[in-house]
Design a protein around this ligand. Structure first.
Ligand SMILES: Nc1ncnc2c1ncn2[C@@H]1O[C@H](COP(=O)(O)OP(=O)(O)O)[C@@H](O)[C@H]1O
Ligand SMILES: [Mg+2]
Length: 305
């Protein structure tokens, strides 16, 4: 039989047909009796800025944690670049890659609640992110062979370049915990980029930022996509943040995907409006017109992880 180029399930039929970089197929995750993510299928076009939005508790972070390998799906399958990252037994032979293997495969992420090494410098935090790309190994590191020293020097140069790139060049020697909140968010991105990802997952990256910082940050996502040949997948509960920059938006509510499409399609979707604000359409219009950033409770914490 001749090779056949088939359409990708879930791929929008309009617009350019691009092979998806990430795909979840009927992915679920249960915690005891709670179905945090319920048979969610999403397709992330390569090179896109895509978003997963939904009210607090919708299951967004749980979905990210499954993609990153922190949680195993209770059902369904996750594919990245044509490979199976995770597969629950309902989809065939179960398979679960570890978080470090998933990072190695080219997925990096930031956390809803910033996780940096609080007492380390910005530079050191980025160098930690490079770890998966270093080759000399533990024995070499102990003996501090010439190869190790060269690798360390290279990693330092590369880390400084990355700090420059995210706008933190002056802060290389600053201790993470002493940096401003917005700078810590940027540092997390630099650390994620250090693993040279092809897909960057950002969990509420602008939470706690003021409107100016948010605008600057969202422009930066597009810049990264272009400069670094990245696909960016954002999680946001505030839909205004993602509307201007997303090519594709998926909406979760109570664990289920209730809508997807372009920002305009999603914005006009009745179920989405209800999920966010109940049935009062006027209230909805007003709320969408004005920014309603909720500051995430844990957003200012810096933990030693
Ligand atoms: N480790 C866990 N154990 C138990 N319940 C969890 C766990 N993680 C998330 N949940 C629950 O799953 C639901 C979805 O949470 P989450 O994915 O964090 O939502 P979102 O990121 O959309 O705000 C919530 O009801 C939350 O309490
Ligand atoms: Mg979350």
């Amino acid at each position: 039989m001749a090779a056949q180029v088939t359409s990708v399930p879930g791929q929008p039929t309009t617009g350019a047909r691009v092979e998806p970089i990430l795909e979840t197929r009927s992915v679920s995750r249960r915690f005891g009796g709670l179905v945090a993510v319920d048979q969610v299928s999403i397709v992330i076009p390569r090179g896109s800025i895509s978003s997963v939005i939904g009210p607090n508790g919708a299951g967004k972070t749980t979905l990210f944690n499954m993609i990153a390998g922190i949680y195993r799906p209770s059902a369904g399958e996750i594919r990245f670049d044509g490979d199976v990252l995770s597969r629950a037994s309902d989809m065939g032979r179960a398979r679960y890659r570890r978080p470090d293997q998933i990072m190695e495969a080219g997925i990096a992420r930031t956390f809803q609640n910033i996780r940096l090494f609080a007492n380390m410098t910005a530079l050191e935090n980025v160098q930690v992110g490079m770890h998966s790309r270093m080759k000399a190994g533990a024995v070499g590191a102990m003996l501090r062979t010439a190869a190790v020293r060269r690798e360390e020097a290279d990693s330092r140069i590369r880390a400084i370049e990355l700090l420059d790139y995210v706008g933190l060049g002056r802060h290389a020697e600053s201790t993470a915990k002493n940096m401003s909140y917005g700078d810590q968010r940027r540092l997390e991105i630099a650390r994620a980029l250090a693993s040279e990802p092809r897909l960057l997952l950002l969990d509420e990256p602008t939470a706690g930022m003021n409107p100016q910082e948010t605008a600057g940050m969202t422009r930066f996502f597009d810049q990264m996509r272009q400069d670094l040949n990245l696909t960016v997948l954002l999680i946001e509960h505030d839909m205004k943040v993602v509307m201007g920059i997303s090519d594709h938006v998926s909406v979760l509510d109570h664990g289920q995907k209730i809508a997807e499409g372009t920002p305009d399609e999603v914005r006009a979707n009745e179920q989405v409006i209800e999920a966010y604000l109940g049935k009062d359409a006027e209230q909805t219009a007003a709320a969408l017109a004005s920014r309603q950033q909720q500051v995430d409770d844990g957003a200012t914490e810096v933990t030693n992880s």
